[in-house]
Design a protein around this ligand. Sequence first.
Ligand code: ADP
Ligand code: MG
Length: 142
Amino acid sequence: MATERTLSIIKPDGVKKNVIGPIITKFEENGLHVVAARMEKLSRHQAEGFYAVHKERPFFGELVDFMTSAPVLLMVLEGPDAIKKNRELMGATDPAEAADGTIRKLYASSKGENTVHGSDAPETAAFEIGWFFPQADVTSRG
Ligand code: ADP
Ligand code: MG
């Protein structure tokens, strides 16, 4: 398995529910390392650019409103097969369809307010990491 990096976001609902700790623990227990992190309240520009791929979708305005409503925790995760592994740990977009034990099953309240984001492919991971962590070297774990 190749070592990969992926972008993870603990969304406003996850931060407000005070579950940053258990979410990061789940990443760490599954071989993913936090190699960069920053807590920030996103501007509309940041959220719109990040989700540009969804700009024609009917929920785009609602999504940007939500993502800018309170601080989020932006992270780069690194580990074997990190992109797929993170998506597995997150669970399905709609928490009603998410498997038992996944982050969204445990903490998410709706399809919109679903606690975490994770990149879905190497190309999107590269774009998303660059969007929020533009410095050439994300912290290395030596
Ligand atoms: P995922 O986050 O699982 O990759 P998508 O890329 O399809 O899901 O959608 C991006 C985000 O947009 C979702 O995580 C969710 O916050 C929001 N979203 C997706 N579908 C809907 C919907 N039908 N209604 C409201 N918000 C949605
Ligand atoms: Mg997606």
